[in-house]
Design a binder for this molecule. Structure first.
Ligand SMILES: Cc1cc2nc3c(=O)[nH]c(=O)nc-3n(C[C@H](O)[C@H](O)[C@H](O)COP(=O)(O)OP(=O)(O)OC[C@H]3O[C@@H](n4cnc5c(N)ncnc54)[C@H](O)[C@@H]3O)c2cc1C
Length: 649
């Protein structure tokens, strides 16, 4: 599937314009590209066979990730149309909706929008203000925006192209609020004129993604037929009787949101792809670009031979591989359980993994793309070399499909409740009531196999510390697991203590929020390392295993280095050991230097798609030279580099 998408994107019609287009033209260009993609049949991968699709969610996400090497407005336009809008109709609707719309959504004959966020409520979507009130006389819902804060905001495909929107509203039946549900509301006619009772505003120019037409929607008592309720989880009879297989209103809402998990997985994957694009450009450039050299030589060294340059790029490369392997395992699991009804616990665990990975991978993208830009100096600042676009377009990945900080709170909540369903309906603050009674026991139960209680009280610094321990995979895994267990147990104890003191649950949870977020981060870091280790175990090629092993060491130790203050504070590593970590990171950077270009070539991004002049392949000569120099170079190379800088200045 990836090969197929690469071939499609390398076609001349997907070539990027030389200069950035004015917004209106750019939006039309992106729409034309999206239609071209729709013609390949790719978007149908997501949808069931009986409605003209292929029912291959894993392949669909692999295709989406590959598309992320190309124009990111095109990616997001497709994400909105096929993933969010199509996903809402597919997962929240029933057969009548599938028959009526899925085919036209996949071919883009029916452009649509996913209208959940409002100006007043973005993260807290359970409190959206838009209402849909049932009128049994007319057998219609009346959709309304009560106050300006309740307008739908930032909605992709709304400003120019969308004709139908999946609108999330408080459903009011017989005067009673049944919670948030989605309805299909026409927003434009076929000729593009705005539907009666609907007002649309353009969000205007944005920091990035300006090929996507984001807009605001206001509804003035717009009437839609009863059948427009996406009724997989709740139905309303003609007479106005409401029924749902999920009785609890909050749990119903979270179940609905859970079915839309593919969007979150896709954004995480797209962030990883964009990071790969940036690293490909910066590492190839760093391999080719020469600056400074030994004072007694006319030759200058490639940037990547300088330790500081390696330090900036190679740990980021290692972590990108780590996220990539984690993403592959998340997509495989999604593909395995997608659409199955008998896998509740696995589904909840997968939702948690997807949330955590999306948060850390998108933050990693933002940080790494900036680093790559700086590593390319002035050339990195030129629009033709793509960093301007990569930075601006991926920035919002940390915010949409769930703000990262909110997502980490969800991860922590799942950990503290042991993924149990009865808590799925509580928001993080409400869950505090539960933590008071049981979180500690949950944590002890969960981590019992790892003898956490024992280890929390042990003197953990071994008497003899050896460098080679740091390259021992079990030692690395144990450190990551210990950190997760320790923080999780600590936060559970802290919440319990607060509640035992009689403090309000909201306040207890709020005052421990930083601790809660750290729990989630430690959990995801452990999962990511485990996914890397698994990928190495699965690798059959001995040469490749060796390089991946070094790369995994670099990822693990660079992460440890970032967290070393915490490990020292908690008596888990000594200051001597902390210094060893830094030394090992340096050595691993040198060891991986000769493989750096191969490791980005392996991302397989076609030149025509990468489309950055400084990122095109090359630099063979300096790579060979570096490999020949062998192990002698490290410290000497750095010193010579410094001398060169002094001479030049
Ligand atoms: C380009 C773009 C495209 C979008 N496309 C769509 C779309 O197609 N459809 C759609 O429905 N929506 C869309 N959105 C909306 C997006 O999903 C929301 O912006 C996002 O969910 C965040 O909501 P918010 O903007 O209201 O931020 P807020 O919820 O106000 O959050 C602001 C900040 O406060 C923090 N915060 C909030 N609550 C807490 C808390 N309890 N504890 C600690 N910190 C907290 C957050 O972490 C964040 O940093 C889009 C947004 C953008 C920018």
């Amino acid at each position: 599937m990836r090969e197929h998408v690469r071939a499609v994107l390398a076609r001349p019609e997907f070539e990027k314009p030389e200069e950035p287009l004015p917004t209106a033209e750019y939006r039309e260009k992106v729409m034309d590209w999206a239609k071209e993609l729709a013609e390949t049949g790719g978007p149908s991968l997501l949808f069931p066979k009986e409605f003209g699709g292929y029912g291959m969610v894993g392949a669909a996400i692999a295709a989406f990730e590959t598309l992320a090497h190309s124009d990111l407005s095109l990616l997001v336009k497709c994400g909105v149309q096929f993933g969010l809008f199509g996903g809402a109709v597919h997962h929240l609707g029933t057969r009548k909706h599938h028959e009526a719309y899925l085919k036209e959504i996949a071919t883009l004959e029916l452009p649509g929008a996913f209208a959940m966020s409002e100006s007043g409520h973005g993260s807290n979507v359970q409190n959206v203000g838009t209402t849909a009130t049932y009128d049994p006389e007319a057998e219609e819902f009346v959709v309304d925006t009560p106050t300006p804060q309740d307008r739908k905001d930032y909605i992709g495909n709304a400003a120019d192209h969308g004709r139908l929107a999946a609108v999330f509203c408080q459903l009011v039946i017989g005067g009673e609020n049944k919670g948030v549900h989605a309805l299909l509301v026409p927003i434009r006619d076929e000729d593009g004129s705005v539907s009666d009772g609907v007002r649309i505003e353009d969000c205007g120019h944005k920091l990035g993604l300006n090929g996507v037409d984001n807009g605001r929607l206001y509804f003035d008592k717009v009437r839609v037929p009863r059948d427009n309720l996406l009724d997989r989880y709740a139905t309303v009879s003609p007479a106005g009787e409401y029924s749902s297989p999920i009785e609890n209103r909050d749990r119903r809402f979270f179940t609905m949101l859970g079915t839309l998990i593919q969007g979150r997985v896709s954004v995480g994957g797209a962030a990883i792809s964009a990071t790969k694009s940036a690293l490909t450009i910066a590492i190839r450039h760093g391999d080719r670009r020469h600056q400074f050299g030994p004072p007694d030589s006319d030759e200058e060294l490639p940037l990547l031979d300088f330790r500081a340059h390696q330090r900036r790029l190679l740990p980021a490369l290692a972590t990108t591989y780590a996220f990539s392997f984690t993403q592959i395992s998340v997509v495989a699991e999604l593909d395995r359980i997608f659409g199955r009804e008998d896998v509740d616990q696995e589904r909840r665990e997968l939702e948690t993994r997807a949330a955590g990975l999306k948060a850390l991978a998108t933050w990693h993208a933002t940080e790494t793309i900036q680093t790559c830009r700086e590593c390319c100096g002035g050339a990195g600042y030129l629009t033709e070399n793509r960093f301007a676009e990569l930075k601006a377009d991926t920035d919002v990945f940390t915010t949409f499909e769930g703000d990262n900080t909110i997502l980490l709170q969800l991860v922590a909540k799942s950990l503290l409740t042991g993924f149990r369903d009865e808590f799925g309906d509580m928001n993080p603050f409400e869950t505090a009531g539960f933590y008071a009674g049981q979180a500690w026991e949950t944590v002890v139960e969960r981590t019992g196999g790892r003898e956490i209680l024992q280890r929390l009280t042990d003197d953990l610094i071994p008497s003899r510390e050896r460098d080679e321990d740091l390259l021992d995979r079990d030692y690395q895994l144990n450190l990551f697991r210990w950190r997760e267990d320790h923080i999780l147990a600590g936060v559970a104890r802290r919440l319990k203590r607060g509640m035992d003191d009689g403090t309000e649950p909201f306040e207890v949870f709020n005052s421990a929020q930083d601790h809660v977020l750290e729990t989630a981060r430690a959990h995801v870091e452990r999962e990511v390392l485990e996914a890397f280790v698994q990928a190495i175990e699965d690798c059959q090629d001995p040469g490749l295993r060796e390089v991946l092993g070094r790369l995994c060491d670099l990822h693990a130790l660079a992460t440890l280095e970032r967290n070393r203050a915490w490990y020292q504070e908690h008596g888990r590593i000594s200051s001597t050991r902390a210094k060893m970590v830094t030394r090992q990171v340096n050595e691993l950077c040198w060891a991986l230097r000769p493989d750096a270009v191969d490791l980005v070539d392996a991302f397989g991004i076609p030149d025509a798609v990468l489309a950055a002049p400084i990122g095109l392949p090359g630099g063979e000569a300096s790579r060979t030279a570096m490999a020949d120099i062998g192990d002698e170079l490290p410290d000497a190379g750095m010193l010579l580099g410094e001398a060169g800088i002094a001479t030049a200045s």
